[in-house]
Design a binder for this molecule. Sequence first.
Ligand code: PYC
Length: 333
Amino acid sequence: MARNRFFCIDGHTCGNPVRVVTRGAPGLDGTTMLERRAHFLADYDWIRTGLMFEPRGHDMMSGAILYPSTRDDCDIAFLFIETSGCLPMCGHGTIGTVTMAIENGLVNPREPGVLAIDTPAGRIVARYRLEGRKVTEVRLTNVPAFLHSTGIQTHCEGLGDITVDVAYGGNFYAIVDPQENFKDMADFTAADLVRMSPGLRDRLNAENSFAHPEKPEIKGLSHILWTGAPTKPEAHARNAVFYGDKAIDRSPCGTGTSARMAQWAAKGHLKPGDDFVHESIIGSLFHGHVEATAEVGGKPAIIPSIAGWAVETGLNTITIDDEEDPFAHGFVV
Ligand code: PYC
């Protein structure tokens, strides 16, 4: 394989990293982004591990590769790459990738200010505000989000017995709300949450099955969403989302916010037209909105939209050479 070069634009969305691969990635087979994702995972996962893990990335690294759309109704396709794999959908990744693609002239939207994106989870519409050459806000309208199950009783090492809800917002989330053995994420350090999360996720996946009723390829609980009281006056709630092996999202997490809005809507706390402002572990905010109701596999769902901002931090030409570097494909400690 030897020397491969990837041209990337690095940035962050509300604090969480986004590495956008603009050139160097292979063409992929498939008539949908779910099929292309399967081809990438089968033949090219070394690109993801090389670009996301140490020594070229880190525990929180996350990004997207730009592809031509597989659908007539989209301007571009995103393949999300993360330390956790290739997520079907990534909200902070979408906000960052749209920002960098527009600011760098990498895509020509058919309608000014609107980018339709083909993702493995489905079609996403991003509306962006452009001031001069800077994208100052992106609002993405997500795939339908729904509450999958409520009141799942389980055990979490470090907490004891707990009860969680599981909701889908582009990925499946276990939502840990305040209860007897867990009062607020503020009572824990990020390291505590990272220590407790993998075991909880493994146990929930072993004892339950989580699959999208209309897209069976999307399955498995990948994220834990720890909740807490907001510290910002404009926020409705705070969260810390665990993903991958060791990551806590620094942004308020777009798909996590969508999942939580679906949970709140199913419980009667949100309705179409309502806003939901979510605060991250570092105090950054996503502005959610319930656009409409929907249905997924016979379950009530909502169409959430999420707004946030992103900035570019630099251009990065990354070399992966597996003849020269024993750690070319990354490592986890
Ligand atoms: O923003 O959807 C998101 C996300 C998923 C994992 C990290 N961020």
